[in-house]
Each structure stands twice: as C-alpha cells, then as structure tokens.
Design a protein around this ligand. Structure first.
Ligand code: GDP
Length: 494
C-alpha cells in the first residue's frame, strides 16, 4: 500500500477544494486522490465557479462522449453533413492531437481543456499510433472516456495539418467565411485551428484569439487543434471570455495549477514509479529541493559554465548549503558518535535532467566535503536518458514520473523556457528559481531569478491587435497578461 497516503493525516481536501470529482473508483487511478498528499498544501483556493464549471463540463462529456448515441450522431453528421436548414449540432467537439515533447503536450492539452470549458465543447484526446501516449494518463472525466475512438474519425493525418490546410480557421477567415452576420451560411462540418509555433506569421490564424475568429468557430461541430504552445494566456485576450474567466479563475496566476491538477493524473504504471522512488529516496527528508536542468540548442552553454550557474544560484539564494573546505567534517548529521552542535537537517536534492553530469558533480561535492551548517545533503537522479524520444512509451512514462517527483519539491530551481519545468512547478503551485538563459554562452548575472508567477509562459503569443487588425503587443493589451521573464517575447498570466 501507499506509505505516504497512510502516514499523512487524512486531509479534508482529498478533492482539492472541490476541484476533483468524487465519482471515481480510487484504484483505477491511484494518483488522482493521492498526488496532492505528497505536495505542500496548495496556497491557491479554487473558486466555486470553477468547481461548478467542471461539474457542468463532466455532465456534458458524459452525455456527448464516445459510446453515447449523441456521439454516434455527431460522427454521422461529420461523414454526411446534413442539409443547411437543419438545426445546430447537439454536441460539439474539440480534438486535441499531440505535438512535441511531453511538457508541451501537457500544456496544450490543458489549454485545450480550458477552451472546451469556455465553449461547451467535448475534449477528445487523439492517440496516433506510435506516439507513445498509451498508459500515461488516467481518464479525467467520470463515467466517460476522452480517447478519440480509432477509425471513427473520417479524416486521417491530422498531425500533418499546417497553415496551408484548406479547412483551417485562418484560411476560412481569409476567404471571408463566417463573416456574414445576418444570414450566415451553414458552418462547415469541421475546422482546423492552427496554433503551432509558426501560426502568427500570417494575419488570420491569430484571429483565433479575437471575437471574430470565435464567431467563425462557434457553430462548427468538430474542431481539430494542433498546438505546441501553452495558449491559456491567449484566451484571456478574447473579450467574450473575459467575464467567465474572471469568475472561474479570479487568481489568474493559478490557472495551470488548478486546471493541470484537475486534468493530468499519471496512470498507475507511472504512479508506481513515482511512489516507489519517493519512498526510497525522498520521503524521510526534512526538505526536498528539485533541480531541473534542461539545455536547448538555441541557448548553448558548456557543462562547466552551466554547473557554475546552478551552484552560484543554489548557494546565492540559500537553496543548497555551501561546503566547508577543510577535509572530513565531523559535525555532519550522519556522524552519530559525535553529535553536532545543532542537529542537521536532511535535505534531499532531486536532480532531473537528460544528462548525468550535473547530478554527479553536486553529489560528489557533498560526498567530498561537509555541508556548512551541518545539513546532511543527499543527491539523487532517477534517470539520464541522454536525448528526447517523445514517441516511446517508457521514455514518456519516465519523463512524467520525474515531472511528478519534481512537483513534490519544497523549493524548485528550474531552467528557463522549459515546458517540462513549467508543468512541475505549476502542479506544485510553487514559484521556482529560474536559471536565466545564457548570454553569449556564459551564465548571466544574476544567475537566476525567483519567477514572478507559477504560471507557464505562452512562448508564441498572437501579437495581434484584434480591433486595429494589425500586429500588436499582447504584453500590453490586458491587465493580467505580461511579458515573461524567462522568454521576453512570450506572455504569461500574473
Ligand atoms: P521542454 O523541451 O523542456 O520544453 O519540455 P518537453 O517536455 O516538451 O520536451 C522535452 C522532452 O525531453 C521531455 O518530454 C522528455 O521526453 C525529455 N526530457 C527532457 N528533460 C528530461 C528530464 O529531465 N528527464 C526525463 N526523463 N526526460 C526529459
């Protein structure tokens, strides 16, 4: 059984303040009601309006999801669209399809879910063959499934859609479709929303974040979305969503924290890795420090230089103790025969990276030298997989397990602009210390900053002014959306 769940006083927030539905069988998804027990209590309250919206969504999904007669009718409408004078579809859908690494996928899925909540669409998860997504997440909606049944969907190759796809929203708007207000033509049976990183190069795809783009989509039965961006901040730019969003998420800076904890529950296979690793290495620590080291081709820096940056941040911000330079130190907490002047604290440091060097160096440092202040510092790294292989199931399971383990940290030190890091500290509800991107291959000064918000950064915002219909600076359009600190062109909720 799960030792942490058994040891922790049963908190009365098993459902995370009403965020989670009580209607699930515990054993089908152990992480759903347990992950919260491994984390510090969330400082962010869940609004009653969000709770009501989630329960409402669940009932729509139950009524319209795969396996229901409404779903069969919707698929039929897609195969043979009805004549133009028939009434609107009873259920409408949003099909999400995976793109890029796991962090990107989790952030786009969460963004898609918020969009589905706002527009009463049913979110469906497309698992293309060979994408390594099986046995990764639990079903999030009670009494239903979010998996798009294979073969049901009359068009294949969704992953290859791009800005030139004829059915895209941008192309429909360019052709002037959806513009007629008085006698609008029947909506097409489906549309594609192109929000991949290159979407803001043309003038029309960014109009997804404007009222007129939303008008064009409103009556369309099936919307297929492709994105590698956390576009939640973009939804806050759409005037018509403003009121609903301010009620659901009055603390904008906790948007991903709430929605991610609602939606993203690791499967029992992944949870097994998480719980075993935690019990073996982390559970008995007094403090858990998570360090996530990610390197990007566009931000080159040598291993020595990045290691120096990590340590100068960790020491400078009192995240890790400095070491004493004289040889063996008999005041360390592990040295029982001669009790230390003050009992040392046990700090468990979880290093998460594709590479092993940073972990090895930090571990060696506390092996070779004592920690000033007498703390006992233990350093662990679950894997160092070398490279990104997002199409392999086991690889993704390990990546997800590590994101979860990181999300149990008391203090987080992460790499700038990493969606992997965003997910971890977002779930934790923790503002991390962020290692700023290198300047001419050197660590910048200061080496890190405490993030302004727990929210992920929307790396490629539309930068479009809906009213003026020209380029615009979305870091200055609405009050709660500001430029990110870790990636200047991006925007985030504050
Ligand atoms: P980003 O590239 O940092 O924004 O994060 P993504 O999660 O989108 O893509 C990186 C992918 O590389 C992850 O999904 C993993 O597959 C892999 N990866 C990167 N860093 C780590 C790590 O620290 N641990 C593990 N297990 N995988 C990692």
């Amino acid at each position: 059984d799960d030792p942490v769940a058994a040891a922790v006083e049963p908190r009365n927030d098993r459902l995370l303040g009403g965020l989670l539905s009580p209607d699930f069988d515990d054993s089908s998804c152990l992480s759903r009601y347990r992950a919260g027990l491994y984390r510090r209590q969330s400082p962010h309250a869940v609004s009653p309006h969000l709770v009501a919206s989630l329960r409402r969504y669940e009932s729509i999904h139950r009524r319209c999801g795969p396996g229901t007669s409404a779903y069969e009718r919707a698929v039929e409408r897609l195969r043979s669209p009805p004549p133009s004078n028939t009434s609107d579809a009873e259920c409408r859908y949003l099909v999400w399809t995976p793109l890029e690494g796991l962090g990107n996928r989790m952030l786009t899925l969460t963004s898609a879910f918020l969009y589905a909540l706002l527009t009463d669409r049913v979110l469906l998860f497309h698992h293309p063959a060979g994408e390594g997504l099986r046995d990764l997440f639990c079903e999030p909606f009670p009494g239903s499934t979010w998996t798009l049944p294979e073969g049901d969907f009359p068009f294949s190759g969704m992953q290859g859609f791009n800005a030139r796809t004829r059915e895209s929203l941008g192309n429909a708007l360019r052709r002037g479709e959806g513009a007629a207000k008085d006698h609008p033509p029947p909506p097409p049976p489906w549309m594609y929303v192109h929000l991949r990183h290159d979407y803001n190069r043309n003038a029309n795809d960014p109009r997804f974040f404007c009222d007129d783009g939303q008008d064009a989509l409103r009556r369309v039965g099936w919307v297929v979305l492709l994105s590698d961006n956390y576009f939640v901040p973009g939804l806050f730019l759409v005037p018509r969503f403003e009121r609903a969003l301010s009620r659901m998420l009055p603390r904008r800076d906790a948007a991903f924290h709430h929605l991610g904890r609602y939606l993203l529950h690791p499967s029992n296979t992944v949870w097994g890795m998480v719980a075993r690793y935690h019990a073996s290495y982390m559970a008995c620590a007094d403090e858990r420090v998570g360090i996530q080291v990610r390197s990007f081709y566009w931000a080159r820096i040598s291993t020595d230089e990045l290691y120096g940056q990590i340590m100068s941040c960790a020491h400078g911000e009192n995240i890790l103790p400095r070491v004493t330079q004289q040889g063996p130190n008999f005041t360390a907490a592990g040295d029982q025969p001669q009790p230390a002047a003050r009992p040392g604290r046990r700090k468990a440091v979880l290093v998460v990276s594709l590479h092993g060097e940073y972990y090895e160096r930090i571990r060696d440092m506390y092996y070779e030298h004592g920690a000033a202040g007498g703390d006992a510092v233990s350093v662990f790294q679950p894997t160092h997989l070398g490279g990104q292989r997002s199409e392999e199931r086991m690889h993704n399971q390990k990546a997800l397990a590590e994101m979860m383990l990181l999300s149990f940290s008391d203090v987080a030190l992460t790499s700038a602009a990493s969606t992997f890091g965003y997910v971890s500290h977002g779930l934790a509800g923790l503002r991390p210390w962020v290692l700023m991107v290198p300047v001419r291959k050197k660590a910048p000064n200061p080496p890190c900053r405490l993030a302004a918000t727990v929210e992920p950064c929307f790396h490629t915002p539309p930068h479009y002014d809906c009213q003026a219909r020209t380029k615009g600076d979305n870091g200055k359009t609405v009050r709660h959306v500001r430029h990110c600190e870790d990636l200047k062109d991006g925007v985030q909720l504050v």
